[in-house]
Design a protein around this ligand. Structure first.
Ligand code: SF4
Ligand code: SF4
Length: 65
C-alpha cells in the first residue's frame, strides 16, 4: 500500500499576507529568530523550520504556513 505523507508545515514556507501591522509578536515567538519586523512589515530573514508558532501568535492572522 502506498502512503502519501502530506506535510503542511514545510521549512521555509511561511506565507506573509498583506495584513501585517508590524506588531512584532511573531518575531518574539519565532524560535529560529527567522523573522524581522523592524521596518513595519514582517520579513523572513532566517531559516524557518515550519513550527507554526508565528502563525499562532499573529493577532491579524496574516501569517500562514
Ligand atoms: S513557522 Fe516557526 S520557525 Fe518559521 S518563521 Fe514561524 S515561528 Fe519562525
Ligand atoms: S504578528 Fe502578524 S501583524 Fe504582528 S508583525 Fe507578525 S505578521 Fe505582522
Amino acid at each position: 500500500m502506498y502512503y502519501l505523507h502530506f506535510r503542511p508545515q514545510q521549512p521555509g514556507q511561511i506565507n506573509i499576507g498583506s495584513g501585517c501591522v508590524g506588531c512584532d509578536a511573531c518575531v518574539s515567538c519565532c524560535p529560529q529568530k527567522a523573522l524581522d519586523a523592524t521596518d513595519g512589515q514582517v520579513k523572513l530573514v532566517g531559516e524557518c523550520n515550519g513550527c507554526g508558532d508565528c502563525v499562532n501568535g499573529c493577532p491579524t492572522e496574516t501569517l500562514k504556513l
